[in-house]
Design a protein around this ligand. Structure first.
Ligand code: CDP
Length: 226
C-alpha cells in the first residue's frame, strides 16, 4: 500500500536551521523541499534589478509590477526552486548583504506576501505530480498562514548567539537580530510559533539530533495516516 502524502511546515527565525533540517528530512523521506525564504529573496533581487530598493519605491512603482513576474518551479533532486521568467538566480545572488539588507522590508509588504501565497500553496500539487511522498516547506509563516492544515508543524528556535555562530561558520555575515525583529513585529504574517505547532530549541542540539527528533514525529504521523 502506498504511504499517504504528507505536508510538513518548518518555521523559525533567521539561521535557526530550518533549511538544513528540511533538506535532510526531504532526502530521508523522499519529500520535495521548498525554501520559501528563497522566494522572498528572489523577489527582492528582481525588485532591486528594477531599481526598486525600498517599500516606498515599491509603493511608487506601477501597481501591477508583481503581475509581470512569471513564477515557475525547477526541481533538482529533492529541492524545488522558484524561477522568475524561467530563471532561478544563483544562491550567491540572493544570499548576500545587498539582499539581506532589504528582504525583510519587502517581505512585510502585504501585496508581496499575497503574490506568493497561491504559488506556495501550489507546491503541494507539484510535489504530488512529481512522485514525491510529501512536501516539506520552510519559512516564517508556513504553519500559520500557508499550510495551517499541515500534517506536522515545527517551529525551530535557538538563541541569537548560537545562530550568529552558525552563520559565521558558513562564512556569511548576517543581520540576524535585526531581520528577526522586523519579521516578528510586522503586521502581516509575523514570525511566531503558531498554536499547536511543536517548538524545538536547537541551541544545544546539532543538526542530526534535530533531524532525528523530527524523523520520529514523521514516522508516527505516517503510522497514524496509513
Ligand atoms: O537567512 P534565513 O535562512 O534565516 O532567512 P530566509 O529563510 O532565507 O528568509 C529571508 C527573509 O525572507 C526573512 O528574513 C523574512 O523577512 C522573509 N521570509 C518571510 O517573510 N516569510 C517566509 N515564509 C520566508 C521568509
Amino acid at each position: 500500500m502506498a504511504l499517504p502524502f504528507i505536508v510538513i511546515a518548518v518555521d523559525g527565525g533567521a539561521a535557526s536551521g530550518k533549511s538544513s533540517t528540511s533538506r535532510a528530512l526531504a532526502a530521508r523521506f523522499n519529500l520535495l523541499h521548498v525554501d520559501t525564504g528563497a522566494h522572498y529573496r528572489t523577489v527582492a533581487l528582481s525588485l532591486l534589478k528594477r531599481g526598486i530598493d525600498s517599500p516606498e519605491a515599491f509603493e511608487a512603482a506601477e501597481n501591477d509590477l508583481l503581475a509581470h513576474l512569471e513564477l515557475g518551479t525547477q526541481i533538482d533532486g529533492h529541492e524545488a526552486a522558484m524561477s522568475i521568467s524561467g530563471e532561478v538566480p544563483a544562491s550567491e545572488a540572493i544570499r548576500n548583504d545587498a539582499v539581506n539588507a532589504v528582504v525583510s522590508r519587502f517581505a512585510a509588504i502585504p501585496a508581496v506576501r499575497k503574490f506568493l501565497f497561491d504559488y506556495q500553496r501550489s507546491q503541494a500539487k507539484v510535489a504530488e505530480e512529481n512522485g514525491f511522498a510529501g512536501l516539506i516547506m520552510d519559512g516564517r509563516d508556513i504553519g500559520s498562514v500557508i499550510f495551517p492544515d499541515a500534517d506536522l508543524r515545527i517551529f525551530l528556535t535557538a538563541d541569537v548567539a548560537a545562530r550568529e555562530r552558525r552563520r559565521a561558520a558558513e562564512g556569511i555575515g548576517d543581520s540576524i537580530a535585526s531581520r528577526d525583529k522586523l519579521d516578528a513585529s510586522r503586521k502581516t504574517a509575523p514570525l511566531a510559533c503558531p498554536e499547536g505547532a511543536t517548538l524545538i530549541d536547537s541551541t544545544f542540539l546539532n543538526l542530526e539530533q534535530v533531524v532525528d527528533k523530527i524523523s520520529d514525529m514523521i514516522r508516527e504521523k505516517l503510522g497514524q495516516k496509513a
